[in-house]
Write a protein that binds this ligand. Structure first.
Ligand SMILES: Cc1ncc(COP(=O)(O)O)c(C=O)c1O
Length: 411
């Protein structure tokens, strides 16, 4: 795998994946004047019609990825936009017609969901944030218990981007069948790795191309068509994407996403098996280092492993790993020196949350890459733990609870 000079092993595929070479080629063919560069809305000439043809082929590819009818697939700039459109659009539409204003979501959702919900609260909506079990799962029973007559929307992620924990989407979908609330699923992390089927009772679904070897800046919002689900758009100005997402469709982005979707459908089983093998190797190696706690013990998607290290200072360990070139972490929170909201909601003590790392291998990761990271981690841990009083106490038999709960000590 080629990489910037200072990055030897890229283990951050949950943050973003490299574009597959076939995807880059398909995109390049939609940019130049010897390619399909037309505006797909220009149906009056051949350039426009050729572009529209490519866009519709991409729509069919994405529809196949989530087993949805093509008419339900709407192109957006990414999962953040899709999530905002779904959450704000459905709730605002309902509130404007006095059809309720209560939303249910999880406390461990991506910030796009949480921030959209907070915005809705400012507009008068009520939001229930469900706490997960300590294994990171929000149960279908908890969702059912939180449902009210005025609940208009339940929004849950399929796979958590920090822990890889899989949420029981199918069971939640079943519970919602007899309720008027619509069900939105943020599938940004599961697309291409877990089976996705909107027939699981899903009314709205968000995807992001750059998580499955497609380009950044491209995403999808699936909206149920039968019966047609109505929601307010975020933007106004044109009829593209059924008026839900007006603006000229970025053909190269959409074509790249379609190509990536076709590839990922074909590769799903092989990718899953490859990542499973790598994650098992990584976990075995890490556990041999002792004092390693897995965050999220529920069923997990195999491209994410989140662990906390006992007796280390998170920032120092991050420096020790990133210095020689290991890209780990959570892109969504690493710029902030606060514990992750996901780990906090799962009851992980702050000091352990701050000493947590997300390892996220991908298609191009090899067993040698994993072994190299394990060696670096072993060296760094050994050095740091030599000076740690917590580590000494842990080795002497103190429990994690006694060492970390209610205290502020870090290493
Ligand atoms: C679970 C989840 N939802 C939403 C997003 C946002 O996706 P995008 O980068 O396409 O806006 C991400 C990206 O990190 C994610 O992991």
């Amino acid at each position: 795998m080629s990489a910037p000079a200072e990055v030897a092993v890229y283990l951050d595929h949950a943050a973003t994946t490299p574009v597959d070479p076939a995807v880059a080629e398909a995109m390049a063919a939609c940019l130049r004047d010897d390619g399909v560069f037309g505006n797909p809305a220009s149906s009056g000439h051949a350039w426009g019609r050729a572009a529209a043809g490519r866009v519709e082929r991409a729509r069919a590819a994405v529809a196949a990825l989530i087993n949805a009818p093509v008419e339900g697939v709407h192109f957006t700039s990414g999962a953040t936009e899709s999530i905002n459109t779904a959450i704000l659009g459905v709730t605002r539409f309902a509130m404007a017609r006095d059809r309720g204003g209560h939303v249910i979501t999880g406390a461990t959702e991506h910030s796009a969901t949480l921030a959209a919900c907070r915005r809705l609260e400012q507009e008068g909506a009520q939001v229930t944030y469900l706490a997960p079990d300590t294994d990171g799962r929000v149960t279908a029973e908890a969702v059912a218990a939180a449902l009210r007559d005025d609940t208009v929307l339940v929004s849950l992620m399929h796979v958590n981007n920090e822990t890889g924990v899989i949420q029981p989407i199918e069971a939640v979908g079943r519970h919602l069948r007899d309720h008027a609330a619509v069900f939105h699923v943020d599938a940004a992390q599961s697309a291409g790795l877990l089976p996705l089927d909107v027939a699981m009772g899903i009314d709205l679904l968000s995807l992001s191309a750059h998580k499955f070897y497609g380009p950044k800046g491209a995403g999808v919002l699936y909206v149920r068509q039968q019966p047609r689900l109505r929601l307010d758009p975020l933007f106004y100005g044109g009829e593209q994407e059924g008026g839900l997402r007006p603006g000229t469709v970025p053909v190269h982005q959409v074509v790249g996403m379609g190509e990536a979707a076709e590839l990922v459908v074909r590769r799903q089983e092989a990718d899953h098996a490859h990542l499973q093998a790598l994650t098992i190797r990584l976990l075995d190696g890490l556990q041999a280092l002792d004092g390693v706690i897995v965050n999220g013990t529920g069923p997990r998607c195999p491209h994410i492993l989140n662990v906390s290290f006992v007796g280390v200072h998170g920032e120092s360990l991050a420096l020790a790993l990133r210095g020689p070139g290991v890209s780990v972490g959570s892109a969504c929170t690493s710029a902030l020196a606060t514990p992750s909201h996901v780990l906090r909601a799962m009851g992980v003590p702050d000091a352990l949350a701050l000493a947590s790392f997300r390892f996220s291998p991908g298609r191009g990761t090899t067993g040698d890459d994993v072994d190299a990271v394990l060696n670096m981690a072993a060296d760094a841990l050994e050095q740091q733990r030599r000076r740690s009083t917590i580590w000494a106490a842990f080795r002497a038999g103190a429990t994690i609870d006694s060492l970390y709960r209610g205290g502020t000590r870090v290493a």
